[in-house]
Design a protein around this ligand. Structure first.
Ligand code: SF4
Length: 320
């Protein structure tokens, strides 16, 4: 029996049997290539279930992936996620070869701001610490004082102990953190193209159509959407909420694959699934991962001077 045959049980709730033969050959090839290349695959919570549950070695949100990337001992890290995640893995574990299956897997937040923008903000608002979301390029991180993720943004801002900070580049995460902490936040007009599309009216309609549904929203959603939710937190916090509280019916206001991936683990929970697809995350596919391991492309590198400064901002975050 091939390795993929036993893996199907993990995903049978979300992948129909007729689709499995499309995935199985690539899964078998990837499992073999990982052994031959001494490689591990880190997969973000927004990967599709056949990647998340069948070929990934480590899964999680961007904070968990950053922490785990530091500890990888294999020679090669394949990032099944977007480009800034591969850069973060490289800066935290520079001796490893870090590969990303598709160089086009970007992020609307990372694309919204440059290092020159950050330098101008520092000039305009001297003395304010600059907190940068990990969803940014290494060059932007290098101009920052400390990084944060959606899972620790509040703790990072509170740890600074100052009344005002600059927080980049997600205007909605910044607004949500400002409300939670009471810290005045100078923000940037970036946004996640997935989470900004959700609206309060959509949440109210979901409640009307699904009585009793528990609504969990990602803090990259606009504050008026978060106001309509029962709970707001990172993808890891959403997964923990479902695990601990086992709601009868739940809706995750985030990227589509998140609900598929955790539905597999919670057969008694009914997942309502309106969602928005991230076109960047969906550029990572099984054939892409297979080709990446066969040809060892695309390698992600960072200029040493940038990597060192960016890494300092990331490590300050990880120390909190
Ligand atoms: S879901 Fe949003 S924040 Fe995440 S990679 Fe896609 S565009 Fe960027």
């Amino acid at each position: 029996m091939s390795a993929s045959a036993s893996l199907y049980k993990r995903v049978q709730r979300v992948i129909p049997p007729m689709e499995w033969p499309v995935f199985a050959p690539d899964i078998d090839a990837i499992l073999r290539l990982k052994r031959e290349r001494n490689a591990v695959i880190l997969a973000h919570n927004y990967m599709t279930p056949e990647i998340f549950h069948c070929v990934a070695d480590i899964v999680g949100d961007s904070l968990a992936l950053a922490r785990e990337a530091q500890r990888v001992e294999a020679d090669i890290i394949v990032m099944a996620g977007v480009h800034f995640m591969a850069e973060t893995a490289k800066m935290l574990n520079p001796a490893k070869t870090v590969l990303i299956p598709n160089l086009e897997a970007g992020c609307s937040l990372a694309a919204s701001i440059t290092a020159a923008d950050v330098r101008l903000l520092r000039q305009k608002y001297p003395g304010r610490p600059i907190v940068t979301y990990v969803n940014t390029s290494a060059e932007v991180k290098a101009e920052s004082d400390i990084c944060c993720t959606s899972g620790n943004a509040r703790r990072v801002v509170e740890s600074l102990g100052v009344p005002e900070v600059i927080m980049l580049p997600d205007q909605y995460l910044a607004a949500n953190v400002a409300r939670e902490t009471g810290v005045k936040i100078i923000s940037w007009a970036g946004s996640c193209e997935v989470h900004e599309r959700f609206t309060p009216a959509e949440i109210r309609q979901l409640r009307a159509e699904n009585p009793g549904v528990v609504v969990l929203a990602h803090p990259e959603c606009p504050p008026e959407v978060v106001d309509e939710a029962d709970f707001a937190g990172s993808t890891a916090a959403m997964a923990d909420y479902v695990t601990e509280k086992q709601p009868g019916r739940v809706v995750l206001i985030t990227e589509c694959s998140m609900a598929d991936n955790i539905a597999v683990l919670h057969p008694k929970v009914d997942f309502v699934r309106p969602c928005n697809l991230c076109p960047h995350m969906k550029r990572i596919t099984l054939p892409g991962i297979r080709a990446c391991l066969e040809t060892l492309t695309h390698e992600v590198t960072i200029a040493p001077a940038i990597a060192q400064r960016a890494c300092t901002a990331v490590e300050r975050m990880l120390a909190i």
